[in-house]
Design a binder for this molecule. Structure first.
Ligand SMILES: [Zn+2]
Length: 290
């Protein structure tokens, strides 16, 4: 057996069995998806890293399971978690990521400044990008993290996660969230308990709220017409944080809902249990983007 590497290469990994309870996710991991990896008993969870970011660890019975967010730009093939054992031995865990072809979407934006910002907008945009990145990279130590989300707004999906996008025929970043269409003023509810870590009015995202759910799981709500929470505030699952609007770069009223896990934007539907919604009764008003 080849043992030249200074760490144990552990390739015997398991996907969570269906119905195991933590996540309703039992497919092969893909870009924009989640990998769930059983951890050996002697791993120190605080040392676990994926691409240098800390990783969420959940417990089922007496097993520890890493729940890893995979960026839309993740390359298909073998990926690694790095960790140390409780005896401080280095450990490397591998898992496979498969390819996924997301569809293409072409959008026409009337406000051309929102597609090709003016010079005076660029300073604001780069300042905001730093704040947004910092919110999405938040890490807080929590014993447990709710991995099952309520739907924050009742309404049809107007743009699914992952679309490869063109604004006014110009290629832009892929769609890193889920768009839910709803009339302006429809309440937006926290999908799970958490702490508000940032609110603001951003150039592209409009009025925005970030909720930290713990262990690198952060959710983001954009284009709101009003914000009803403040930074530092604790929210319960189902608590109203504001209302649907059309601020920022939009073609109509909708919620852009983003979910970030270990600083990777992942598909919010992976956290939804199916039928449970935080609110009911919003009429179906058809599609809007972005
Ligand atoms: Zn969106």
């Amino acid at each position: 057996m080849n043992c030249i590497k200074p760490f144990a290469l552990v390739t015997l990994l398991f996907l969570l069995p269906a119905g195991a309870g933590a996540l309703t996710y039992n497919q092969t991991p893909v870009p924009g998806g989640i990998a769930t990896i059983n951890l050996p008993a002697d791993v120190d969870p605080a040392t676990l890293r994926y691409r240098e970011r800390r990783v969420l660890v959940t417990r089922q019975a007496d097993r520890a399971i890493a729940v890893v967010g995979l960026a839309l730009g993740a390359k298909p093939g073998t990926h690694y978690l790095e960790a140390r054992t409780r005896n401080d031995e280095p450990l490397r865990l591998s898992f496979q990521v498969s390819d996924k072809a997301y569809e293409t979407q072409h959008i026409t934006i009337k406000d051309k400044r929102k597609v090709n910002p003016e010079k005076r907008d660029m300073e604001r945009i780069s300042r905001e990008q730093k704040q947004i990145k910092s919110a999405l990279r938040q890490w807080s130590d929590t014993d447990t993290v709710a991995l099952e989300f309520l739907k924050p707004v009742d309404g049809p999906t107007s743009s699914p996660f992952g679309l490869r996008r063109f604004f006014n025929e110009q290629p832009r970043k892929p769609h890193s969230g889920l768009d839910i269409a709803a009339p302006e003023g429809t309440p937006i509810r926290a999908p799970a308990p958490g702490t508000i870590i940032n609110t603001g009015d951003y150039f592209f995202n409009g009025n925005t709220v970030f909720i930290d759910h713990g262990q690198g799981l952060v959710t983001m709500y954009c284009h709101m017409n009003r914000i009803e929470v403040e930074t530092g505030q604790r929210v319960a699952a189902g608590e109203v944080i504001g209302a649907v609007g059309m601020t920022g770069r939009v073609t109509g009223p909708h919620l852009h809902w983003g979910v970030s896990l270990n600083d990777s934007r992942v598909d919010p539907t992976l956290f939804m249990t199916g039928t449970e919604t935080a609110a009911t009764g919003a009429p179906d008003i058809g599609g809007n983007a972005p």
